[in-house]
Ligand binder design. Structure first.
Ligand code: M6R
Length: 635
């Protein structure tokens, strides 16, 4: 039988005094970006575990719950819920979580992969257990029920929450792979137990109630006090408390933190899509990321630094590892870091990094960029770097997530929650963070003086204002999007930092509009891709400032003429006042004047809006594009 493995999912648990169903459903709504091909819930109520689960989006589950006779599911005050993203095998009602033990008394939800599930399943089947789904998760439900039965047989204290925690520890000891598990047991009605290995889980601390979730947005409406869990830990929540142990039962400490954004930050706030809201939030997100970064003596302030200045002075090579949009921010960073620090900098897909034996040692600085802080490819690249004794610095938007926790230093982007699957404000804040790190390195190594650093920071600080102006004049881009909605392909070209911007513009269009799009270094076109250009082919050209590097500007103007001569429709993104490019632009979109290295902070924005509007015009789900999930927690 083909296994249907849940990979990146959203999970929520609640225990307290209030009806748990609506609290968990609200949490799932906020986590739906993590996966949306099925959803389910289990509520402990009146001596039963009552479940409902449905393939498709959360709306299907809500509809089923609405049609259900009142059997107590709406009133129980202990519940777990799940929203799922499957990799292969059809997402069906049967494979949706929660999964129940054979006697229906234990329910389990899961994010990750139980790698030894085939062996465990065979073992359980040999004892007479009949599986009702194709998932690996169901093993955990049967194992937990079996461990609970054994514990009850052996223990004087028959049904205490501690028994549930011990049962979970025993199950975890048998599992291989990456997992977050949450479970409830009908005989322990006021408790939810959770466990994590290489997969996210945070605790929300309430009053007379507590929460578990894949990320804090699930419970932010109820509490802003959270606890970060470590690797290989089991957490037991009851209305009265939170107890954390490692997998052997030793008491462990979580790390308390305060969430500094509120529930409204995770709502659409009047926009049609989260993506549009997040695009509009970019000026503030950049301002917040820059806030407080320059100390009184002109030094850049990182959030957590477990590296000395001497460590940074010893760096002789930088590798940036990241995926997707974060990788594109790394490509921009390479230009800035090499320019400011004169240290060689390579940028690699995190998914490729460790497979080619990169040359790393103590003097290598690896910068891992990740919005979620949970991307498995990036995490594995980071771990490989650490094994080779390299220093690792994380740029991350998610406090307490795995990547920053495992890094030697962290610079958090203060972008607030990014819900739309397509990354927008995360990209711009990653750029801002990369610039800060480049400046920090240059300063520590004595390549730039404090006043030079302050001058760049001051230019960076002016970008939110420029972005606000730019966002106010995007109507022509929307009109262009409506015009381009039926194009077969759109090409993007750029040079220098405009090249990663071209890649990012193409990625946005692919993931949202399901349209063929490619980004190219403009100079590379003549080496092959120019053959793609046909009469009317739209080519988006990202033009650098004529004021900065004049040669660069002249070269791309020539490239624009080359594609135009072959019939392309040129859509030119250029700086205000750039007269030289005007004659070659079929459509001209102007952006505010910005220094060359910082230009991606403004030139990317029209491309985000273009992709969003084309997707909407084509009738696609902008926030939850097909086949994707926000947080990719498998390799
Ligand atoms: O959470 P991360 O920044 O590590 O995610 C990396 C990529 O999966 C992500 O940027 C992806 O490419 C976006 N959906 C693109 O919009």
């Amino acid at each position: 039988m083909l296994a249907t493995l849940p990979r990146m999912c959203g999970i929520v648990g609640y225990v307290g005094q209030r009806p748990a169903l609506s609290i968990v459903l609200d949490g799932l709504r906020r986590l739906e970006y993590r996966g949306y091909d099925s959803a389910g819930i289990a509520v402990v109520s009146d001596g039963s575990v009552r479940t409902e689960k449905k393939a498709g989006k959360l709306a299907n589950l809500e509809k089923a719950l609405g049609e259900r006779a009142d059997d107590g599911i709406a009133s129980g005050s202990t519940a777990i819920g799940h929203t799922r993203w499957a990799t292969h095998g059809g997402p069906t009602d049967r494979n949706a979580h929660p999964h129940l033990s054979a006697d229906g008394r234990v329910a389990v939800i899961h994010n990750g992969i139980i790698e030894n599930f085939a062996r465990l399943r065979a073992e359980l089947e040999a004892t007479g257990v009949e599986f009702v789904s194709d998932t690996d998760t169901e093993c955990a439900a049967h194992l937990l029920a079996a461990e609970m039965a054994k514990l009850r047989a052996d223990s004087a204290e028959k049904d205490g929450p501690q028994l549930l925690a011990e049962g979970m520890r025993r199950v975890c000891a048998r599992l291989e792979g990456a997992f977050t598990l949450l479970a409830v047991d009908v005989q322990v009605p006021d408790a939810v137990v959770g466990a994590r290995r290489n997969s996210p889980l945070v605790v929300g601390r309430g009053e007379g109630e507590n929460y578990l979730a894949s990320d804090v947005s699930a419970f932010i409406e109820h509490t802003r006090e959270a606890v970060e869990l470590g690797q290989d830990q089991v957490v037991l929540i009851t209305p009265e408390g939170i107890e954390i142990t490692d997998f052997t039962g030793q008491t462990a400490m979580g790390k308390d933190f305060h969430i500094d954004w509120d529930a409204s930050a995770a709502e659409k706030g009047g926009y049609d899509y989260f993506m549009l809201k997040e695009i509009a939030e970019q000026p503030q997100a950049i301002a917040d990321t820059l806030l407080g970064r320059l100390s009184a003596n002109g030094e850049i302030v990182l959030d957590e630094v477990r590296l000395t200045d001497q460590d940074l002075r010893d760096v002789d090579k930088v590798f940036i590892v990241a995926c997707g949009t974060a990788y594109h921010s790394g490509l921009v960073a390479k230009y800035a870091i090499e320019h400011w620090t004169r240290i060689p900098c390579e940028v690699e897909f995190a998914s490729e990094f460790r497979y080619r034996s990169p040359v790393l040692d103590r003097s290598t600085l690896v910068i891992a960029i990740s919005q979620s802080g949970e991307t498995m490819d990036t995490l594995m690249a980071l771990r490989h770097a650490k094994e080779q004794k390299a220093r690792v610095l994380a740029i991350c938007n998610t406090n307490g997530s795995t990547i920053p926790r495992e890094s030697d230093a962290v610079l958090y982007t203060h972008g607030g929650p990014e819900i739309a699957v397509a990354s927008t404000k995360a990209f711009l804040t990653q750029l801002a963070a990369c610039y800060l790190i480049g400046l920090h390195l240059a300063q520590v190594r004595g390549v730039m003086y404090a006043d030079e650093v302050a001058a760049v920071v001051s230019r960076l600080r002016r970008t939110p204002e420029k972005l606000r102006d730019l966002l106010g004049v995007m109507e022509p881009v929307r009109a262009l999007a409506r015009d381009l909605k039926d194009a077969n392909t759109i090409l993007f070209i750029g040079r220098h930092v405009g090249y990663p911007v071209a890649l990012e513009g193409a990625l946005k269009l692919k993931e949202l509009a399901y349209m063929h799009a490619e980004g190219f270094g403009a100079g590379e076109l003549k080496h092959g891709p120019i053959a793609l250009i046909d009469q009317g082919t739209p080519v988006v050209c990202v033009v650098p400032s004529p004021a900065g590097r004049g040669v660069l500007h002249d070269k791309i103007v020539s490239n624009i003429q080359e594609v135009r001569a072959r019939g392309a429709r040129t859509i030119v993104i250029a700086e205000e006042g750039d007269e030289a490019v005007k004659p070659y632009a079929d459509d001209l979109i102007t952006v505010p004047r910005t220094p060359t290295l910082l230009a991606p902070l403004v030139t990317t924005v029209p491309l985000q809006i273009l992709a969003c509007e084309i997707a909407a015009a084509r009738g696609h789900d902008v926030d939850q594009p097909r086949n994707l999930a926000k947080s990719v927690t498998v390799e």
